[in-house]
Design a binder for this molecule. Sequence first.
Ligand SMILES: CC(C)(COP(=O)(O)OP(=O)(O)OC[C@H]1O[C@@H](n2cnc3c(N)ncnc32)[C@H](O)[C@@H]1OP(=O)(O)O)[C@@H](O)C(=O)NCCC(=O)NCCS
Length: 248
Amino acid sequence: MSQIALDNPTYVDWQAPPRYPGEGEIHVWKWIVDATSVEPTALGRLDAVERERHARLVTPNLKQRYASAHAGLRRLLAGYLGCKPVDVEYRGSSTGKPLLRHGELQFNLSHTADCVAAIVGVSPVGIDIEQQRAVNNLRSLATKHFSPAEMASLDAPSSLELGRRFFEVWSRKEAVLKCLGVGFRHPNVDLHVGVGVPRSVEVAIPVGWNSEISRCWVASCWSSDVAEAVASAAPFQSIRVFTFAATS
Ligand SMILES: CC(C)(COP(=O)(O)OP(=O)(O)OC[C@H]1O[C@@H](n2cnc3c(N)ncnc32)[C@H](O)[C@@H]1OP(=O)(O)O)[C@@H](O)C(=O)NCCC(=O)NCCS
């Protein structure tokens, strides 16, 4: 794969969902939270656990995003599974990564600002999107999480470029961590995700992490001011990007 293009999605009609991703392929779904969308429609697709989490959110924006993200996720997964969105069943891994209760299909979800993205594959996958924003103590945060080579990449000519490089590394690292299903369990400085490479690269998972997954493949790009990164436990040569109308 020479260049990933997460910013050029194909619209998919709800009646014609894509088949499972093939070998060497991952699917990425992207949609925008529509502030005017009818929240009860989205809420009607959620299960009791999701509705309870939605109820605990305090701001209208967070509620709207949660409803759109999880209703949209159910809708796209239902397309692959051939069931209704309300009938998609989840379980959590031992580390809390959401998984489908039945079958082999793998997925992951991410949201930032009014953007939502999900990844679907047949091996463990992770996705992270991050809107570029001001970060307090950016360098000290990076020191805690970035490898020496990643730290060196922060040697940028302007604060804008510094922010871009920070979020590029951050999103790639989060995508790998989400693929593995682990959070802040290990020293992330041991994980080097590669920077500035416009194609998928292989990443070695540190041996001390005792992960069942020893290698990941990660790719990233920018879509306007949003850093987008995907990771998969299997090599991929193709990323197919889809979207649908969030309100339908
Ligand atoms: C749980 C975690 C993975 C979420 O990441 P985030 O950037 O805050 O949020 P995102 O929008 O990208 O992802 C949230 C989604 O990830 C999924 N998720 C939750 N736990 C997960 C886990 N253990 N593994 C993978 N995915 C997980 C859920 O679908 C969640 O959606 P929800 O909150 O609406 O239910 C995060 O809190 C975490 O622990 N990240 C690792 C922290 C870290 O070391 N970062 C350093 C990077 S340099």
